[in-house]
Design a protein around this ligand. Structure first.
Ligand SMILES: Cc1cc2nc3c(=O)[nH]c(=O)nc-3n(C[C@H](O)[C@H](O)[C@H](O)COP(=O)(O)OP(=O)(O)OC[C@H]3O[C@@H](n4cnc5c(N)ncnc54)[C@H](O)[C@@H]3O)c2cc1C
Length: 619
């Protein structure tokens, strides 16, 4: 047992090392959320809300109109769900519309849509057919075009980007049967041969979306380790692999609870020869590329979730006014009205986070890695609850398939398909748990940068003293400042007293969050990394604060444009009131909780101490 523990620890240390190596260390641009965790509110980043410019909106409106017309005329999403196939004419039509080149620069034949327009397009498709949305998003958000745009050589761009613009499909292959959230467990190898001019890829990749139909894939594989200070460092490298390369094989098409039309496979590579020119970003930079790509790429997930939430609002509004039970429309029974109310306010917050992040990507002046992760975390969980509430509000019809409803003459509303399709969003492109850990790591980063060199045995004595002095100097001014509430809010057009209250609360809570995180680091030191219940609560608080801030900013902006309509302000106000309750509850739980008991019982359960409970079932 002890031996096993020792082996586990070595493996864990390796996993952490690989994750740390892949981290983007520098912060080239300011970060709203990064500063918020340090108790500094950068209201100037959030206000005024970064709205889409008129010219860009016009481009998006025109493209979306063409896309919507095409989808309505040519694609039956329930047939895709039933048959598991997105028909060839649809694939061809999407290619003709330029959908596989939405993010590709015009010089390579693409549409070069802004991030906002791209996210609007994926959202539009997601509100209709989840499988088709994932086909487009896996191709462009994480597939070959995005990393090539960032890090590709001119030759790689010239060779591949025009193909995608014409409709070639790409995929991203990182996950393996034994390597999910933890890429250090990757087994696929790329062995250099012919003096390093060529690499031989061997291994398997699991759940590769579009993998079965992709023309070109980005494949992560281990290249020989680098020796740094006498120690082996794992190297994961990104390769461009073409489906025609001998040794490339789709072994199995995976099927899921939802997204029935996606072509997702188990892929095998047997001595696939790939020229060194197909390496993206250099040897050993594969995971870094994956993470940088995902920082922006994962934004299509909240965009799709927000669109599905907007679609759900249409479903519940129309249905709950029409369906009469117990003498009145079901929507007027308070329990259902309350659900609808919270769904509406939450959808407003989801939209506010999504469009804020998308606009900032286009402006390229702010680091949005934390905001995008929070938008992904918040919107995927919210969309799942909204899809669940939509099924509940539709009653038995919510559980019935669209085909069945149609078969007996009712409107084919696919609430159950939305529920099935949306569940995966909490797992792909960083599970909710991994998003929490990612955000927590970045939130602690400013402190770790100051403290770790002092604790490290590798730091020499003079350097240690210097770092100690610097940290002491910093904390003697930073820490007291977190107890003083200074109203840094300079005001912004459209912010009424109703919203101002929330902005003051956010500012106060940012100090409390910064202090809390600091106290937890001092108290638990290295042990904090394992105290996920504590860390997750900090992340939940931070995420709700960001959601509140985005909702207030967007409400103010919409109010300025249309002062007669107080709707946005009402929705932001309700969302903020609800988020305030959650935040207060989370802070209280940091002091008073059952963490130890919960953890203890979970461990005992895993060890089989409660097997007596597992009776009366068919195993
Ligand atoms: C439909 C679908 C499409 C996909 N598309 C792609 C694709 O295109 N390309 C690709 O490479 N992959 C793809 N994936 C894989 C997906 O990214 C992984 O499923 C995801 O990364 C999680 O890995 P896993 O399923 O192996 O879960 P695991 O890593 O085994 O995790 C299991 C559970 O443990 C939790 N967990 C793991 N580590 C920790 C930790 N340190 N602390 C707390 N909790 C933890 C996880 O959050 C999860 O809840 C797809 C998967 C599916 C189902």
């Amino acid at each position: 047992m002890e031996l096993l523990k020792g082996k586990d620890n070595v493996e864990k240390a390796k996993s952490l090392e690989v994750a740390e190596e892949a981290r983007e260390e520098s912060w080239k641009y300011p970060s709203f959320v990064g500063d918020m965790f340090g108790g500094r509110m950068r209201w100037d980043i959030l206000f005024p809300y970064p709205e889409q410019g008129d010219a860009d909106k016009k481009i998006g409106d025109e493209f979306l109109a063409r896309l919507e017309k095409f989808l309505r005329t040519n694609l039956d999403p329930d047939a895709v769900d039933r048959t598991g196939i997105i028909p060839d004419p649809v694939m061809k039509g999407l290619a003709e519309l330029g959908c596989f080149g939405m993010k590709i620069p015009k010089e390579y034949g693409g549409l070069e849509l802004s991030q906002i327009n791209y996210n609007r397009a994926v959202g539009l498709v997601a509100s209709y057919c989840g499988s088709t949305a994932v086909l487009l998003s896996a191709h462009q958000s994480i597939g070959v075009p995005q990393p090539l745009k960032f890090l590709g050589t001119p030759e790689q761009k010239k060779k591949y980007l025009p193909l995608f613009a014409k409709g070639a499909i790409s995929a991203f292959a990182l996950t393996e049967p034994d390597a999910g959230s933890d890429p250090a467990k990757m087994a696929a190898t790329a062995t250099p041969i012919e003096n390093g001019d060529t690499y031989l890829i061997n291994g398997e990749k699991l759940w590769c979306t579009n993998g079965n139909i992709a023309d070109v894939l980005i494949v992560m594989a281990k290249t020989p380790p680098k020796i740094v200070n006498g120690k082996e460092k794992t190297q994961i490298t990104a390769f461009i692999v073409e489906k025609g390369m001998p040794g490339f094989e789709v072994v199995h098409r995976c099927m899921f609870m939802g997204l029935k039309g996606i072509q997702n496979g188990l892929i095998r590579f047997t001595n696939v020869k790939v020229p060194k020119e197909n390496i993206i970003g250099g040897l050993g930079r594969g995971l870094k590329i994956a993470l940088v790509t995902l920082n922006i790429g994962r934004l299509t997930v909240p965009a799709a979730c927000a669109a599905m939430a907007r679609k759900s609002l249409v479903i519940v509004r129309e249905w709950s006014k029409k369906r009469v039970q117990w003498g009145q429309p079901v929507g007027y029974h308070e329990a259902i009205t309350a659900k609808i109310s919270l769904m509406t306010a939450t959808t407003f917050a989801m939209d506010s986070m999504t469009w804020f992040c998308s606009a900032l990507v286009d402006q390229a002046k702010v680091d949005i890695r934390l905001e995008a992760a929070m938008a992904k975390l918040f919107c995927t969980e919210a969309a799942w609850r909204i899809a669940d509430d939509t099924v509940q509000i539709r009653g038995g019809r919510g559980y019935e398939t669209a085909d069945s409803l149609k078969g007996r003459g009712e409107e084919p509303i696919a609430a159950e398909r939305f529920l099935r399709d949306t569940r995966i969003n909490l797992i792909i492109e960083g599970t909710s748990e991994i998003m929490h850990l990612f955000i927590a790591r970045e939130a602690m980063d400013p402190h770790l940068r100051r403290i770790l060199p002092i604790l490290s045995s590798k730091t020499g004595f003079p350097e240690k003293m210097k770092k100690l002095f610097e940290a002491g100097f910093y904390y003697t001014s930073w820490y007291p400042s977190q107890w003083i509430y200074l109203d840094r809010w300079k005001g912004s057009a459209g912010v009424s007293s109703r919203l101002k209250r929330h902005i003051r609360f956010i500012e106060k809570m940012s100090h409390r969050l910064a202090r809390g995180l600091f106290h937890a680091m001092v108290k638990h030191q290295q042990g904090l990394e394992k105290r996920q219940q504590i860390l997750f609560r900090f992340v939940n608080i931070g995420t709700d604060l960001f959601a509140m801030a985005a909702a207030c900013s967007r409400a103010a902006s919409l109010t300025v444009r249309n002062p007669q309509d107080r709707g946005p302000e009402e929705l932001a106000d309700l969302f903020c009131h609800e988020a305030t309750f959650r935040i207060q509850r989370e802070f209280k739980s940091q002091r008073q909780n059952n963490d130890k008991m919960i953890y203890g019982i979970g461990r005992k359960m895993l060890e089989g101490k409660y097997r007596w409970l597992e009776t009366g079932i068919i195993r």
